[in-house]
Structures are given as structure tokens and as C-alpha cells.
Design a binder for this molecule. Structure first.
Ligand SMILES: Nc1nc2c(ncn2[C@@H]2O[C@H](COP(=O)(O)OP(=O)(O)OP(=O)(O)O)[C@@H](O)[C@H]2O)c(=O)[nH]1
Ligand SMILES: [Mg+2]
Length: 299
């Protein structure tokens, strides 16, 4: 390792749906974290690891910070954001170009409270019309706080990410890599299978139904060339179970197939997913259920 090798944590924070997970995936160059057009997709802190000849950057994707905490799940999600900020050397605060909501100010307060340099990533610049509207927006951002840097990007189009990466890496301390050089995430195969199923459920189901779902992997086995996984999709009420299953099992089948195809593409392995739908009433307000689903419920 070169003596000036840099290693450290960069927490990616922002309100729901601004493109945090898209950004982590783009920076690492692999799909680590699920992405959907719907807010509140990410529920956990998920690390994406980028190792280059001079550095190892540990990007931590986080759930969109909630201003209202309706249940224990929301609180666990917000705690995941706090935890990521506490352990980070840099905060990458993501907003949507052209928009600044109360929820953005709420996230900014949290990022500043962490007493670490804050880089503002102004995402989705590809959507700004007319283009000339971007400059006044950036100037207005400059007045909101002392940012280490303000970087306009498009995570979806991989636009200006080099600059963001340079700015983040420069703030990391010198030190040896903390993860193996070929690591891309701290999350297990089981976690990623559960998340992929949740992504497809969020895409397939309407309104509030997918928000009341959790996916648990009961068993997973990697055999030569094929991964066998046994998954339970937990609904929070009886009436949603039938919606998830669909007519003659059509919905759950479509979700399972979509998840399988994408997992096969990502891992280059065949997958066999067994899915069951069960009910655990109000699991999002049960500390026990949340622990079972991998959330940290200690306040
Ligand atoms: N046009 C455009 N869309 C983007 C860009 N980045 C992300 N998106 C879209 O924005 C939506 C939300 O993206 P996510 O990456 O899931 O956002 P997030 O901040 O992780 O959302 P939560 O996990 O819910 O907090 C998806 O439909 C993305 O495709 C971008 O640079 N340009
Ligand atoms: Mg996300």
C-alpha cells in the first residue's frame, strides 16, 4: 500500500427519494442498494465499498430521514442515519436540483450537528429546465450553510461523479484499507436477496401496500452454480396478504421472477427463490419483529 493511502467512511444522507441509493450504486459501479421511484425505499444503512489504487472509500447509503416518526420502523430508520453520521469522516448531503423543502433543512441540521465536513451533492441536474435555472439554485444553496463543496451531479447519468469522489476522498484520513480489496459491500447475500424482493414489491404494488411489507430470508444455500433461498414476505395486515399473492398467485410470481432475473445478472449465478406470504400484524411497531428483520431497535 502507498504510504498516503486514504481510507474512511462517507455517510450519504438526504430526504427520501433524492437519489442516495442511485448515487451509491453509481459511485461503486455496482448495484449495492435497491432503487425505486417511490420514497422510503431504503430502510437500513448499507455500505458500498470503492477501492482504488490510492484509497478505499466506504460509502454508507442511508434511509431518507423522516421528519415525522410514525412508528418504531421509522425510528429505527432515522437511527440508522444518525449511526452513519456518527461513524463518518464526511457527510454527503444529497438534494434534488431546483427543490429545497423543509425536509432538506431538517437533514442539513443533522448533518451539521455531526461536526464533520458536509459536501452538498445537488442531484438530478439532468431534469433542470431551463438549464440556466441551475446557477441561481446553486448560489441559493451556498447561503444555507458552509459546505466544504457544492457539486452538481446526475447520479442516473454518471455526470460529475469524479469531482464528487475527488472531493470526498481528499477529506479522508491516511490509513490502510478496512475491507478486502475486492469487497463491494458489507451486506450478505441473504440481505441482498431480501432487498431485491422488496424492490420488486415496491414496484409491483400500489399505494401503501408495499410499505407494510418486510422480507425475511429463512434459509439460503449456495451450491455450485445455483443459490437456493427461502423467503417469507410479511404483510402487516390480513387484507394485504391476498394483494401480494395476487389472482391465482400472479403477483407474487411476477415479483419473484423479476427479483430472480436481476439477482442472476448481478451475481452471475442461477437463483431459485421460494417465496411465502404471511401476516404479522403491525410488525412495524413491534420491537421484537423489527429485531427479527435485522433492525437495531435500541434507542
Ligand atoms: N432523472 C434523474 N433521476 C434520478 C437521478 N438519481 C436518482 N433518480 C431517480 O430518483 C428515484 C429515487 O432514487 P433512489 O436512489 O431510490 O432515491 P433515495 O434517495 O435512495 O430514496 P430513499 O431510499 O427512498 O430515501 C428513482 O426513480 C431514481 O431513478 C438522477 O440523477 N436523475
Ligand atoms: Mg435509497
Amino acid at each position: 500500500m502507498p504510504e498516503d493511502f486514504r481510507t474512511g467512511f462517507v455517510a450519504i444522507v438526504g430526504r427520501p427519494n433524492v437519489g442516495k441509493s442511485t448515487l451509491v450504486n453509481a459511485l461503486v459501479g455496482r448495484k449495492i442498494s435497491i432503487v425505486t421511484p417511490r420514497p422510503q425505499t431504503t430502510r437500513h444503512a448499507i455500505m458500498g465499498v470503492l477501492t482504488r489504487p490510492d484509497s478505499q472509500v466506504l460509502f454508507v447509503d442511508t434511509p431518507g430521514l423522516h421528519t415525522r416518526q410514525r412508528n418504531l420502523l421509522n425510528r429505527a430508520m432515522n437511527r440508522a442515519v444518525e449511526g452513519a453520521l456518527v461513524g463518518a469522516e464526511v457527510a454527503l448531503f444529497v438534494v434534488e436540483a431546483g427543490a429545497w423543502k423543509a425536509a432538506d433543512s431538517f437533514v442539513l441540521e443533522h448533518a451539521l450537528a455531526a461536526k464533520i465536513p458536509v459536501i452538498l451533492a445537488v442531484n438530478k441536474v439532468d431534469l433542470v429546465r431551463p438549464k440556466s435555472a441551475l446557477l441561481p439554485y446553486l448560489l441559493a444553496c451556498e447561503k444555507r450553510a458552509t459546505f466544504h463543496a457544492i457539486v452538481p451531479i446526475s447520479a442516473a447519468n454518471l455526470d460529475n461523479l469524479d469531482r464528487l469522489l475527488e472531493q470526498s476522498t481528499a477529506l479522508l484520513p491516511a490509513g490502510p484499507p478496512l475491507y478486502p480489496l475486492d469487497a463491494t459491500t458489507n451486506r450478505s447475500m441473504a440481505f441482498r436477496v431480501a432487498e431485491m424482493l422488496r424492490e420488486k414489491l415496491l414496484i409491483a404494488l400500489r399505494q401503501e401496500v408495499p410499505y407494510g411489507l418486510a422480507v425475511e430470508i429463512l434459509a439460503i444455500e449456495e451450491k455450485p452454480g445455483v443459490v437456493l433461498a427461502d423467503a417469507v414476505i410479511w404483510a402487516d395486515r390480513e387484507s394485504h396478504k391476498g394483494i401480494v399473492v395476487g389472482k391465482g398467485g400472479a403477483t407474487i410470481k411476477e415479483v419473484g421472477t423479476a427479483a430472480r432475473l436481476e439477482l442472476e445478472k448481478i451475481f452471475g449465478l442461477r437463483f431459485h427463490l421460494e417465496t411465502h406470504v404471511k401476516v404479522k400484524t403491525n410488525w412495524a411497531d413491534s420491537a421484537r419483529a423489527l429485531q427479527q428483520f435485522g433492525f437495531d431497535t435500541n434507542s
